[in-house]
Design a protein around this ligand. Structure first.
Ligand SMILES: C[S@@+](CC[C@H](N)C(=O)[O-])C[C@H]1O[C@@H](n2cnc3c(N)ncnc32)[C@H](O)[C@@H]1O
Length: 375
């Protein structure tokens, strides 16, 4: 059996009965599990808890939502104003998740979860629409195939399953590793496309310490078991940086490997990242100070923050740092109320800001001192 078919088959089985081999122990917030149906809890094939990153009001997309556990946890956290979309390519998993939709809506207080049929590496393509097209226009020759390709391009552009810049938080639990290596770059670019500027990523997945050799990758059992398709630990982070993400970090890292095979350690991690605001960066008087404990820290763009320096940053940089895993290591000083000097940001402005231009005020996060940031 090829690895792709093995993923479909194994998770169809996993939707119907609990597969012990696919389970990896996870500490969820037990309060949020209380209202979840037993059947969904039993079909848990995650390796982490990305729902910890959900905020009230978020539109959340769960890539490879399986039985819907993370979606129903997230639905309790987004509140009435938020929405959760679970996306999966497996009908049996989608049926399991959908089975409890009405019951969960009653328990949570409103119907705020949707489940979509799609591939996580091609978030624009609505597979239900593709099935409908193919029923009407079965492919019998190369001409039909070309027409189907043209239909897909048009469909994705005019009626994308997940639109550009529409999601606040992308979560995923043990799924990215199942995507074919040749489609992993497209997958990360799709995550970037659908996130709103300023949107966040929280992906729990298995990674390896060493690169996995081809003979292990060709093994359908190892691939569908979330082992041989994993990213190597440095590669995973680098792919997100290369795609344009900001503040990419391992926010959770299991010291103990989940499995060790052929001396390669496979462990669960949670990667977090941000899609920076896409507007023009401005100097509006935002200031940050690195608190330590190191002499300095350098970000992916090469900016060096020296410990204890009140450092001028652009509006975009300020927000990205504040949403990043490093946020607790910094002091954030918003522009003073009467700041008057918004100008386009340039790297030469990345200097120490005068104390009198970055007064913190009395417990006022938004500045509050009287002098202007113009100095
Ligand atoms: C290991 S299970 C994890 C399920 C769920 N996230 C959980 O925490 O229980 C992997 C899920 O991802 C789905 N999946 C795998 N590859 C996919 C792809 N390329 N596109 C969409 N779903 C995919 C499978 O159908 C399965 O439901």
């Amino acid at each position: 059996m090829d690895v792709k078919s093995s993923v479909l088959e194994r998770y169809s089985e996993g939707a119907k009965s609990q597969q012990a081999d696919l389970c990896c122990p996870v500490d969820y917030n037990t309060e949020l599990l209380k209202i979840l149906p037993k059947e969904i809890l039993e079909r848990d094939y995650g390796c982490g808890d990305p729902s910890r990153y959900v905020r009230k009001g978020d539109t959340v997309l769960d890539l490879g939502s399986g039985g819907g556990k993370i979606c129903y946890i997230a639905a309790q956290l987004v509140g009435d104003s938020g929405h959760v979309i679970g996306l999966d390519m497996n009908h049996d998993m989608l049926s399991l998740a959908q089975k409890y939709k009405a019951e969960m809506a009653d328990k949570i207080g409103s119907d705020r979860v949707s489940f979509y049929y799609g591939h996580i590496q091609d978030l624009a393509l609505d597979l239900n629409a593709a099935d409908t097209y193919l029923k009407k226009h079965p492919i019998k020759n190369k001409g039909d195939l070309e027409k189907f390709d043209a239909w897909q391009l048009k469909q994705k552009k005019t009626q994308p399953l997940i639109a550009d810049n529409s999601i606040d938080l992308i979560v995923s639990n043990c799924v990215l590793n199942l995507v074919d290596d040749t489609q992993k770059l497209q997958l990360i670019n799709e995550i970037f496309r659908v996130l709103k500027p300023g949107g966040r990523v929280a992906i729990s997945d298995i990674i390896s310490d060493e690169f996995v050799p081809d003979e292990m990758k060709a093994d359908p059992e190892l691939w569908s078991g979330c082992i041989s398709g994993v990213f190597q630990e440095k590669e995973f982070i680098q792919k997100f940086i290369d795609a344009g993400f900001y503040s990419v970090a391992y926010d959770k890292w299991d010291d103990t490997p989940w499995k060790t095979i052929n001396d390669i350690e496979f462990r669960s991690v949670t990667l977090t990242a941000i899609k920076a605001e896409q507007t023009v960066a401005m100097d509006e008087g935002h200031t940050v100070m690195y608190k330590g404990p190191y002499t300095s820290v350098t970000d992916d763009k090469g900016y060096v923050f020296d410990r204890g320096d009140r450092t001028a940053v652009s509006n975009i940089h300020f927000n990205a740092l504040r949403n990043s895993a490093l946020a607790t290591d910094f002091v954030f000083i918003a522009p003073q109320k009467n700041a008057c000097c918004a100008t386009a940001w340039s790297d030469t402005l990345f200097t120490v800001r005068k104390i009198k231009d970055s007064k913190i005020g009395s417990g006022n996060d938004s500045g509050g001192a009287s002098s202007s940031c113009c100095g």
